[in-house]
Design a protein around this ligand. Structure first.
Ligand code: ADQ
Length: 469
């Protein structure tokens, strides 16, 4: 990337939250990854905030200016809860739920993208050097084109954090032309995997006449070139490796080891989202325990579920379904005088506690029905390897991470509830040294392409209009 060009990131949310002692930087992966780049080149972050009028220009630990986008409550309902989370999210995740098509939400989505464009253009007015613009995710599909129409000199990049579905699904959207044109305003469009990128290229060619493609490059009818690239996102490997053996993690871990002594621990860590396959996973556990009474006393399944989007009906329904399932399994299989088999935590947990759970797990269940990448899987193998553990990773074939991880995981089809229950049983029989070696190899895969590499590849592609270094 250019070493002088500042960077303007535009994302749905600003990377800050307000706590008891004021505003502070949030701990998300994207923020961590951007920090060194922002410290080096400077820049700004544009995002929506509920408290737009109160967001400070700067917070400690973030080397960029903050610019809050203000949206009305009705816009947030239509743009965010509606179009982004009830239309695009289910459609882009292969219709795991039926997308809701509502023209009023579309209008709010247009208005909100326009508000992000206006805020970004204001930032540019105050910037001396032409920056690189980097737009994030499905909330802002229209933004690259809106920015391009402002005739800026700045290179524009876009990255999609969720899957891009096959052309026949995109074709169902009444606003498919506008959404694809919106994305095509970028110079470089990044996806997690080559398959998502190819779905995008085929969708563009299905919807528009006269677009040619050569490798990763699309040539539009007016001759402009757009690069569609595959750059898998990752984690800060050093941060997670250090966390794995920190004193706080060790303390949490010894408490957990005591609590779960003598039991095999299966673990799930997810946002409470219907794409993550939590219900299917619980049903597999129920089958496993039904089949194997001996296992009941020496088994625990811990599901840590972070509350997510509870303003959206499908998510509230999912919570009820998951909690009913957990209650049924515990009701059926808890032995008098023994602990329950399923431990369900509906909350976010601290980094140290998360790392302690990762280290504790004998079998980690990452079984989404569809997932763009899935960082939990990468965090798990990194923390396990740093702690010299020998857990098993069961990994859905429907997440981006599966493409990088190959044969060292136990691959699974999460829709096959019965098959999954047998795989869970057999995961316990793998030889310990084999398991440890697999974890080490998987951690190497993550280390060889960490989140800093992802940022570099993305920025390089945006700057050069080429596919990475
Ligand atoms: P998500 O759907 O949120 O991300 P994921 O990539 O797994 O999924 O990231 C979840 C993050 O939340 C992880 O860093 C994890 O540590 C954290 N987390 C989960 N449960 C937690 C808990 N109970 N307490 C604390 N932290 C918890 C979207 C896409 C993914 C894509 C990412 C990044 O859906 O496919 O990998 O963006 O592009």
């Amino acid at each position: 990337m250019s070493d002088t060009r500042p960077l303007v990131v535009v994302a749905n949310r600003l990377p800050v939250s307000r706590g008891e002692d004021g505003w502070r930087a949030s701990a998300g992966g994207l923020v961590t990854a951007m920090r060194p780049v922002m410290d080096e080149v400077g820049g700004a972050w544009v995002g929506w905030s509920d408290d737009a009028d109160e967001v400070p220009r700067r917070v400690d630990g973030l080397g960029c200016d903050l610019h809050a986008v203000k949206l009305s409550r009705a816009q947030v309902r239509g743009y965010y809860h509606g179009f982004a989370n009830r239309t695009l999210w289910p459609l882009f995740h292969d219709l795991i739920k039926q997308p809701v098509i509502d023209r009023r939400w579309w209008t709010s989505y247009l208005e909100a993208n326009r508000a992000f464009a206006d805020a970004t253009l204001e930032v540019l007015e105050d910037t001396q050097t032409t920056p690189t613009l980097w737009v994030q995710d499905y909330h802002l599909l229209l933004l690259p084109q809106m920015l391009r129409e402002a005739a800026l000199q700045a290179p524009i990049g876009f990255f999609l954090h969720i899957p891009f579905p096959p052309p026949e699904l995109i074709a169902r959207l009444p606003w498919r032309d506008q959404l694809l044109s919106g994305m095509l305003g970028a110079d470089s469009i990044g996806f997690h995997t080559a398959r998502f990128r190819d779905n995008f290229i085929r969708s563009v060619q299905r919807v528009f006449n006269g677009v040619t493609s050569l490798g990763d490059t699309l040539v539009l009818p007016d001759g402009r070139q757009v690069h569609a690239v595959a750059h898998p996102i990752s984690i800060d490997v050093d941060e997670f490796s250090q966390l794995a053996t920190s004193q706080e993690t060790e303390e949490e871990l010894s408490a957990l080891r005591e609590q779960f002594a003598g039991r095999k621990v299966f673990l799930g860590v997810d946002r409470l989202d219907y794409t993550k396959g939590i219900r299917h996973r619980l049903q597999s556990i129920e089958l496993l325990l039904e089949r194997d009474p001996e296992l009941r006393k020496e088994f625990a399944f811990v599901q840590v579920a972070v509350p997510s989007r509870d303003d959206v009906k499908e998510y509230r329904d999912l919570r009820t379904e998951v909690e009913t399932e957990v209650g049924r399994i515990n009701g059926r299989f808890t032995e008098p005088g023994h602990d329950v088999p399923v431990h369900y935590l509906y909350r976010g947990v601290s980094r140290a506690k998360l790392a302690a759970y990762y280290r504790l797990a004998d079998v980690m269940c990452v079984t989404p029905l569809k997932d763009g990448m899935n960082l939990v899987a990468k965090e798990f193998v990194t923390v396990q390897a740093a702690g010299d553990e020998a857990g098993v990773l069961m990994l859905s074939e429907f997440c981006g991470t599966a493409i990088e991880f190959g044969d060292d995981v136990v691959p699974c089809n999460p829709f096959d509830v019965e098959g999954l229950s047998y795989l869970m049983g057999s995961a316990l029989t793998l030889d310990e040294e084999d398991r440890r070696a697999r974890i080490r190899r998987l951690a190497e895969v993550v280390r060889s392409a960490d989140v800093y590499r992802w940022v570099d590849d993305e920025l390089h592609a945006i700057e050069q209009g080429t596919d990475g270094p």
